[in-house]
Design a protein around this ligand. Structure first.
Ligand SMILES: [Zn+2]
Ligand SMILES: [Zn+2]
Length: 251
């Protein structure tokens, strides 16, 4: 995987910003430089998803398993994506960072979370996506929610991943209608809630197998997988076979 170094003009601009405003680690408040908002020690301490984990959704399994396996949540389900690869296990620190980006408008955290998400690409199953430069597609947010938040966190994360790994980003999906909050719904209810709520944008309609070898759906958290499944279903209808989901955390 390529080293994650910022280009010189970005580093210069960050140096100027650092003089005006000294950034600090979001978790331990240690002073930092060069546009960083998470110190190396806090970043390394965030619990990662390590094998063995579910080959479909990345849910970790405590114990020894040598063969491929699907967790009880995924058994009996069929997804239109090959697999989802979250990087972080759910932990208080990881949730603090994601919450900060999503609900406290701490946009600067998108870059740190994207840096973490790039670790997914050390999974051998994503080698092909890097070699063939698959397209990153962020999970869309309804414009009303985006208006309140001022940005779509998945889009921001995707943009930074694209920059780090030199992969194209296309806003290929949009919300056709607002969906009620999904937090308290079961997976089945979430899927019903989402039917027809997401559709292709004009740029998305142009994405076919002649101009991209595959689609990487990007989101902050994988919880029940209902939203990313709805996104994947739309691409699968357009005959895309290579669809993988990458998220920062497994909720
Ligand atoms: Zn720290
Ligand atoms: Zn699973």
């Amino acid at each position: 995987m390529p080293a994650l170094r910022e280009p010189w003009h970005r580093r210069c601009w960050q140096r100027v910003c650092d003089i005006i405003y000294v950034p600090s680690c979001e978790l331990c408040q240690e002073s930092l430089q060069e546009g960083r908002y998470l110190c190396d020690s806090c970043r390394d301490q965030l619990p990662r998803i390590k094998a063995p984990f579910c080959e479909s959704c990345g849910e970790m399994y405590e114990g020894n398993i040598d063969s491929n396996f699907r967790c009880p949540n995924c058994r009996g389900l069929s997804y239109d994506f090959r697999f989802a690869r979250p990087v972080l296990k759910s932990s208080e620190s990881a949730r603090t960072l994601i919450h900060g980006l999503k609900y406290q408008r701490n946009l600067y955290l998108a870059c740190e979370l994207a840096r973490i998400a790039t670790e997914a690409f050390s999974d051998d199953r994503l080698k092909q996506a890097l070699e063939e430069r698959w397209t990153l597609v962020p999970v869309p947010l309804h414009w009303k929610r985006q208006q309140n938040r001022h940005y779509n966190q998945s889009e921001e994360i995707a943009r930074h991943i694209g920059r780090f790994l030199n992969l194209p980003v296309v806003k290929a999906l949009k919300r056709a209608r607002a969906t009620p909050t999904q937090t308290h719904l079961s997976r089945r209810q979430r899927l019903q809630n989402l039917r027809g709520a997401i559709e292709l944008t004009r740029a998305g309609r142009k994405l076919d197998r002649t101009n991209t070898a595959g689609i990487l759906i990007i989101d902050d958290v994988f919880t029940t997988g209902a939203t990313v499944q709805e996104c994947a279903r739309i691409f699968a209808q357009n005959l895309h076979e290579n669809i993988v989901v990458v998220t920062v955390m497994r909720g």
